[in-house]
Design a protein around this ligand. Sequence first.
Ligand code: ADP
Ligand code: NI
Length: 219
Amino acid sequence: MEPSILINEARAFVKKQLESDSSGHDWWHIERVTRTALILAKEEGADLFVCELAALLHDIADEKLNPSLEAGLNKVRDWLSSQGVQEEAAEHVMQIISTMSYKGGNNPRVTTKEARVVQDADRLDAIGAMGIARTFAYSGWKGDLIYDPEQPSRREMTKEEYRHGKSTAVNHFYEKLLKLKDLMNTESGKRMAESRHSYMERFLEQFYEEWDGRDLIQR
Ligand code: ADP
Ligand code: NI
């Protein structure tokens, strides 16, 4: 099949799967990540077709949306073979989406240029104003508070505390979002992450000022 037709088929497939998701994996997240992946792929000289296809499919297998990660990956594999995607490209896409998730930042670094591009694109959508919006949306979906001054915050929680549902949206910044800048793979991605990262820092400063009402005191 023509690459451009295949990309359109992938868009339709993903849109249908993620249309009604409110956990931060909605179609528009995919749209933004795919656009960013193409920008990065051009700057980094990566394979555009593999990057675009992997970006489109990257969240389909997520554990939150499937009975298991394996079941999710099988869904993607089946779709790729039903479309007759060339073996090598299909394998590469499978390899990218099965290795790129965050997993507490402990996953081994991804190995191919295309995987580095798609992972950076996904991470860029997890920081900055976009990342802030998604985090609060996700926390609401999960039933967490926006912030709790009596809970440990401004530091990483222990696994035990996390399991007991004591995380908050603000805490997620320390658990993950503020770490992403230093985990970027590509030079272009690192550069793009800088301004989104400082925007989050400014947001947190303002958040704490307003929380305490310090911004209301005449100086
Ligand atoms: P992705 O791989 O697309 O970044 P994730 O499943 O890791 O997706 O998360 C979806 C969105 O929700 C991201 O913006 C992420 O930062 C945010 N998120 C993930 N876990 C939490 C959490 N425990 N609390 C708040 N936000 C979260
Ligand atoms: Ni994603």
